[in-house]
Design a protein around this ligand. Structure first.
Ligand code: FAD
Length: 412
């Protein structure tokens, strides 16, 4: 390994430990289905609605799904004639809801737990450039409402082909194996987990080797979900999104969230702890304050709600509680590495397999952001648990060593 390359700066995410996220994005557990997403988003008593990425039946786990759910909740509140509406959370769903209601002339107040807006879109400055520690891509680009907003704002977006990563320390997926996986998942009985499907598949490996099967599931499902495979639904856990024309935003998602938040009343550092629904309105309590409104739109992430981070009076209906227990979230974390020179081949997107069959990471070349050689790495599963220990500098140094040890260095 050459010693010439220097790491100029880095940033590391901690979505799994973040009390206002408790995971990366929502997933369907083995006893759940998309119907649970719809049930969770159903209005409660004409005064309360829970929405976010987790309540979109077909665009879950994505920013535009969250945003669209925010717009749907705004239309619901407006149709009911609510004048004064509180929005809990200033992520994509909350900003979508609040922006729409504000533009309709309603009185809106957002209570946000963190000291910033954006939720699981989170821009971070690293050695003079801005990068996303949360969402990076506008997925399903052609039918993505936020992509249309990005175009109206004149933002620069760069395509990524997730179906054609340059693979290091392993082989690309052999032809036909992905179709085989999809067929097996679709044919799985309700209540079956991805681990069940994998176990059966490994017992009859021909025509694929066990390593090919394990690495495929790691790359396609563990990397996409970050959840234990014995929890994740085989039939419903592998939802659409990735590989449908994804583009990342140069300058980051904050260019969209700042635009959406313009002119809105947002109270930062204001976690809501209790929501009481009465015949004449909704009372929110949090951070030593109470607020009475006509209706509330709650966009706190699913694991925050499932952990009782907000209590409800009366308690949430049985259908909502069942949905919360059948859905969950995984953990996918990011590292941003800025180098003094580019030592990896030009390709755009890379997959690096770990020393064992259950270690995988994927990497975006984000050099286009400002010309400084930059890699954005995503880790999930067993390898993540090994690497995400110690300080952020230690995690970043470990991740940089992985890249440098497997990527054949090109002349700088
Ligand atoms: C590492 C990572 C990579 C991702 N990559 C992509 C991608 O490339 N493309 C894509 O489309 N999606 C991606 N996603 C998913 C995407 O970020 C989310 O689906 C989307 O941002 C969720 O929006 P939301 O409004 O539903 O929730 P959030 O963004 O989580 O917003 C909820 C808000 O509620 C606040 N909150 C929580 N509890 C309380 C409380 N008690 N009181 C007040 N406020 C509270 C939170 O602080 C937060 O601001 C990624 C996510 C992660 C973590």
């Amino acid at each position: 390994m050459s010693t010439k390359v220097r790491l100029l700066g880095s940033a590391v995410s901690h979505w799994g430990d973040d009390p206002w996220a408790r995971g990366s994005w929502s997933l369907i557990g083995r006893h759940g289905s998309r119907a649970d997403r719809i049930a969770l988003g159903a209005p409660i008593d004409d005064r309360l609605r829970i929405v976010g990425e987790a309540t979109h039946p077909t665009r879950a786990g994505m920013t535009h799904g969250a945003y669209e759910q925010g717009l749907a909740a705004a239309a619901w509140a407006a149709d009911l004639g609510h004048r004064r509406v509180a929005v809990v959370g200033a992520g994509m769903a909350g900003l979508g809801a609040a922006r729409t209601l504000h533009d309709l002339g309603r009185d809106i107040l957002i209570w946000e737990a963190r000291d910033r807006i954006g939720g699981r879109t989170a821009g971070v400055e690293v050695t003079g450039g801005t990068f996303d520690l949360g969402a990076n891509w506008l997925q399903q680009y052609e039918e993505n409402t936020l992509a249309r907003l990005a175009e109206r704002l004149g933002l620069t977006v760069v395509p990524t082909d997730f179906n054609d990563p340059l693979v290091f320390n392993g082989e690309p997926n052999p032809d036909g194996i992905e179709d085989d996986l999809r067929k097996r998942l679709a044919a799985a009985a309700p209540g079956t987990s991805v681990a069940d499907v994998r176990r059966e598949w490994l017992s009859e490996p021909a025509p694929w080797t066990r390593t090919q099967i394990r690495r495929l599931i790691d790359a396609e499902i563990v990397m996409d979900a970050g959840a234990p495979l014995d929890w994740l639904s085989a039939r419903e856990g592998f939802e659409p999104g990735v590989g449908e024309g994804d583009r990342w935003i140069v300058g980051g998602y904050r260019l969209l969230t700042r635009h959406l938040a313009e002119g809105l009343k947002i109270h930062l550092n204001h976690p809501v702890s209790h929501v009481r629904v009465a015949a004449d309105g909704v009372v929110l309590t949090g951070a030593g304050t109470t607020l009475q409104v006509d209706a509330a739109i709650v966009t706190a992430p699913l694991p925050v709600l499932a952990a009782g981070g907000i209590t409800f009076d009366p308690p949430l209906p049985e259908t909502h509680r069942t949905a919360l227990s059948r859905l969950g979230a995984g953990r996918v974390e990011k590292v941003i590495l800025r180098f003094d020179r580019r030592f990896w081949p030009e390709h755009g997107y890379y997959r690096i397999h770990g020393p064992t069959d259950t270690g995988v990471s994927e990497w975006l070349d984000a050099t286009r952001a400002d010309g400084t050689p930059t890699l954005v790495g995503l880790f999930a599963g067993a390898w993540l648990d090994e690497i995400w220990t110690g300080t952020d500098d230690e995690i970043a140094a470990r991740a940089a060593r992985i890249v440098r040890s497997v990527v054949p260095e090109i002349a700088g």
